[in-house]
Design a protein around this ligand. Structure first.
Ligand SMILES: Cc1cc2nc3c(=O)[nH]c(=O)nc-3n(C[C@H](O)[C@H](O)[C@H](O)COP(=O)(O)OP(=O)(O)OC[C@H]3O[C@@H](n4cnc5c(N)ncnc54)[C@H](O)[C@@H]3O)c2cc1C
Length: 370
């Protein structure tokens, strides 16, 4: 008997705020489904909701529609606002009682706060900020070979106990590290929003919801949330955007973002930025795309005056269409671009803005013809 036999199933922490599920929760349920197919045992995927009854009751159906087999709904008035103490206590107790084999969280502000605390309390490992998960060594080796110079002959096949292979950027994004958790359970990781694919919604899907009322008291919570102030920067939703117009150091100054805002307004997109632009204080960090910013996958990503450093590419290279505008023909961004324009962005972007309406009309006519 495997020493971890009693640990079963995949749990996804289904993060919600004010009764709305985080997109990453649905992406992770989809990823959980994919992993469960590759695991040998009859592994089920559970979404773990936490909040007040009012906030979470209506969310279970959505979790089923996106692929959860079951929902465990932690309900308590003290879970209304996220607090580290209350959420950590409620989830830790549930994990110790139920013994899931894998627990995955979104690498959001909440997930990054919560997951390491739970890992410490249940005495297991945590791989933070993953961009790829797998349970099968063969696939893992293929994946690793494609992306790194990892010497696969040094991997001990005996270590492939069907455990989770958690891959994340390491050493400033210069290589991908695949990390295993061979000695303890559950295996836990946080996963970047926007990296995994959610499943197609199945409106017929349904399942069983188990309501659990955790043992929580006021004295368990050392920090009181007095007021939640939503700042304007929370309104930037890079992960949901279909079009992102990103600017980098090539903009030459903060005023360059005025052009990017006009560009985004015209295309119906949102403004993104490289870290160099953010670090220069030209735009808020909430716009940053990349390894230490947001991972995005829009339909069109415009990279304007961005060189294409590996840390930037890590956050946008899976976009459907990448259009790069750069005056240096050798800029690395052109290696991932579907369309490259060599030129001064201050000439190219206004031209695209001017032509956008005509281009849209042509596109619509084309669609009508098909
Ligand atoms: C641990 C770590 C994490 C990091 N995380 C991130 C991250 O999350 N996101 C991120 O973006 N970076 C990140 N970086 C930084 C990254 O390494 C690069 O420094 C950064 O992406 C460079 O930004 P840039 O492309 O805007 O600037 P540059 O590399 O300076 O490129 C500017 C580009 O603009 C072009 N240009 C100049 N003028 C014009 C013009 N008028 N028209 C057209 N093109 C023009 C130039 O040819 C050049 O290619 C990270 C670095 C480290 C070490």
């Amino acid at each position: 008997m495997n020493r971890f036999e009693e640990y079963k199933d995949i749990w996804v922490f289904a993060e919600q705020r004010d009764g709305k599920l985080a997109n990453v929760a649905l992406e992770l349920i989809g990823e959980g489904r994919r992993l469960s197919r590759d695991m040998e045992r009859n592994t089920k995927v559970y979404a773990i909701l936490a909040g007040t009854q009012e906030d979470v009751d209506s969310l279970a159906k959505e979790c089923f529609e996106y692929g959860a087999d079951g929902v465990i709904s932690l309900q308590h008035p003290l879970l209304k606002q996220y607090t580290t103490d209350a959420y950590t206590k409620a989830l830790t107790e549930l994990i110790i009682q139920r013994k899931p084999e894998i627990v995955i969280y979104g690498a959001t502000h909440i997930g990054r706060d919560l997951a390491p605390r739970i890992a410490a309390r249940v005495n297991t490992g945590l791989t933070a900020d993953c961009t790829h998960l797998d349970v099968n060594l063969d696939k893992y080796v293929d994946y690793a070979n494609k992306n790194t110079t990892l010497d696969t002959s040094k991997i001990d096949p005996a270590s492939d106990d069907g455990g989770l292979k958690m891959t994340r950027p390491a050493f400033g994004g210069n290589l991908m590290a695949t990390i295993i958790c061979p000695n303890t359970r559950p295996q836990m990781s946080t996963v970047r929003p926007g990296v995994m694919q959610r499943l197609e919604r199945d409106p017929q899907a349904d399942g069983e919801v188990e309501v659990v009322v955790p043992q929580l008291e006021e004295k368990d919570i050392r920090v009181k949330v007095l007021e939640v102030i939503k700042s304007a920067k929370e309104m930037v939703s890079l992960t949901d955007a279909d079009i992102i117009c990103s600017g980098g150091r090539g903009l030459g100054g903060p005023e360059g973002f005025e052009l990017m805002r006009r560009f985004a307004e015209k295309t119906g997109g949102v403004v993104g930025a490289s870290r160099a632009a953010v670090d220069s204080g030209w735009i808020d960090h909430s716009h940053q795309v990349g390894q230490t910013g947001t991972t995005v996958k829009p339909k069109i990503y415009f990279a304007c005056g961005i060189s294409g450093a590996i840390q930037h590419l890590a956050g946008m290279q899976t976009s459907d269409i990448i259009v790069a505008i750069n005056k240096d023909p050798d800029a690395p961004i052109f290696t991932v671009a579907d369309f490259g324009i060599v030129g001064d962005l201050y000439k190219v972007v206004p031209t695209i803005i001017n032509l956008w309406d005509d281009a849209e009309e042509l596109y619509e006519t084309d669609l009508r013809r098909q």
